[in-house]
Write a protein that binds this ligand. Structure first.
Ligand SMILES: O=C(O)C1=C[C@@H](OP(=O)(O)O)[C@@H](O)[C@H](O)C1
Ligand SMILES: C=C(OP(=O)(O)O)C(=O)O
Length: 459
């Protein structure tokens, strides 16, 4: 990664602290085996910090994901006057300064690579009625913020942004209007931003979600004592209604394991012969479990063991063994429940027999990278038969991957981890150009892979 002209000092510091990355690969070798614990869920970790900072009293969080994206959200909540205190690994306490209101931060809030952090914070800051500027790294500066700014403007917020991108300035303003919004994009980040802003509005805000997306904000708002009404529509979607000016009360949050991170460990087990891996304590909320459903359809030997309920969420230990897989069609209706798992699914598909057609993927174009383009380029360079269209990706597997090529990761942690896993069963190593972004969501990735018996070269 290069330090480039035009970067802010924070962006430059980010690049320097990650160092000049060299090529990294994971080496083909022994079967993978063992039992590991998944890192804390990224989505739930962001929300626990933001809602904790909005609540009165002290919120205790256990199992918080201590990855760059979430630590940026912790810094942002400190900048608006909350205290986030670490008591032990993954254990944090959050409370607001006496007086309770959020304070305008003295510097821009910097969210690094994190779409969730910045979009949720835009909503929460709008609801709090304070002035703040938001920024992020080169990848985040390229991602659309208009999808959040438009509903916020409907609520009466004044926002300054060029082309709907970061940096964004929100101007202080009270007297927010409640709104009724139909989500144009199936996005939990946009839904959450509106719900958080609605806490500062007069009256009832209504969000229509035609396609169900992860519901962690709704669940957690309820845990913090906020009342919401959920009404199904006639077509599989739902309306979420929230009355403004409700008070949040601190509670204890136990963050479950992240199914999106566990996906890399499960996928590795499926493609490396004789592997048998268990990932403990993973969130299996149906709105996050589309990847695992798809793997079962592909013939994977994968099971949810010891299923249980904790803190209003379903958890399981996910056990995956090496499997003979076949291609499937993944319908667009499943996209929201596995949106971050398509890169790793595409790798698994390259090790399956026959065609896997993934449809309804337009949102992958605006993630940390254009994930359709990155996956297609990386797979094609490593010997896969792969095609794509504006919103689809098709991988035709036969005898796995020849490997031998270096993959450009484009500041995208999921591209990096997907291609590292791809190299575990390829004829020749698959190299990635930069592993540093893995720290944004899964800092223990290499440690856990080593615990399962894998060797890493060049890290
Ligand atoms: O709300 C969340 O925590 C997230 C929602 C998804 O993004 P969109 O809301 O843009 O689909 C997902 O890709 C992201 O990793 C986390
Ligand atoms: C898209 C992702 O995250 P975010 O939108 O928070 O950057 C992801 O983690 O794959």
């Amino acid at each position: 990664m290069q330090v480039a002209a035009g970067m802010t000092s924070q962006q430059t510091k980010d690049v320097r602290s990650r160092g000049q990355a060299g090529a990294v690969s994971m080496v083909k070798g022994n079967p993978l085996s063992g039992v590991v614990r998944a890192p804390g869920d990224k989505s739930i970790s962001h929300r626990a910090l933001i809602l904790g900072a909005l609540a009165s009293g002290e919120t205790q969080i256990t199992g918080l994901l201590e990855a760059d994206d979430v630590l940026r959200t912790a810094s942002a909540t400190r900048a608006i006057g909350a205290t986030v205190e670490k008591d032990g690994t993954g254990e944090h306490a959050v409370w607001r300064a006496s007086g309770g209101d959020w304070l305008p931060p003295s510097r821009p809030l910097y969210f690094g690579n994190s779409g969730t952090g910045v979009r949720l914070a835009l909503g929460a800051v709008a609801g709090a009625g304070i002035h703040a500027t938001f920024d992020g790294d080169v990848s985040l500066r390229g991602r659309p913020m208009g999808r959040v700014l438009e509903p916020l403007r409907m609520m009466g917020i004044e926002a300054t942004a060029q082309d709907g991108r970061l940096p964004v300035e929100l101007h202080a303003g009270h007297g927010l209007k409640s709104v009724s919004v139909k989500l144009a994009t199936p996005s939990a980040q946009v839904k959450s931003a509106i719900l958080l802003a609605a806490l500062g509005a007069e009256g009832k805000t209504r969000v229509h979600e035609p396609v169900l997306c992860r519901d962690h904000t709704e669940r957690m708002l309820s845990a913090f004592g906020v009342s919401l009404t959920i009404i199904p529509d006639d077509c599989g979607g739902r309306f979420i209604e929230i009355e403004g000016r409700q008070k949040l009360h601190a509670c204890n949050i136990s963050v479950p394991g992240d199914p999106s991170s566990a996906a890399f460990l499960a996928a590795a087990a499926l493609i490396v012969p004789h592997s048998d891996v268990t990932v403990k304590g993973v969130l299996v909320n149906p709105l996050r479990a589309g990847f695992y459903e798809t793997l079962k359809e592909m013939g994977a030997d994968i099971s949810f063991e010891n299923e249980r309920e904790a803190n209003g969420e379903r958890l399981a230990d996910i056990r995956a063994k090496h499997s003979v897989l076949h291609g499937v069609e993944v319908p667009p209706a499943r996209a929201a429940s596995m949106i971050d798992e398509y890169p790793i699914l595409a790798i698994v598909a390259a090790y399956a027999q026959g065609e896997t057609m993934m449809k309804g993927l337009e949102e992958l174009r605006v993630k940390e990278s254009d994930r359709i383009a990155c996956v297609e380029a990386g797979l094609a360079a490593n010997g896969a038969d792969v095609r794509s269209g504006p919103d689809w990706l098709c991988v035709k597997g036969s005898n796995g991957l020849s490997g031998g090529a270096r993959v450009k990761t484009s500041h995208d942690h999921r591209i990096a981890m997907s291609f590292l896993v791809a190299g575990l069963s390829s004829e020749n190593p698959v190299e990635i150009d930069d592993a540093s972004m893995i720290a944004t969501s899964f800092p223990e990735f290499f440690d856990l892979m080593r615990q399962l018996g894998c060797s890493v070269s060049g890290e």
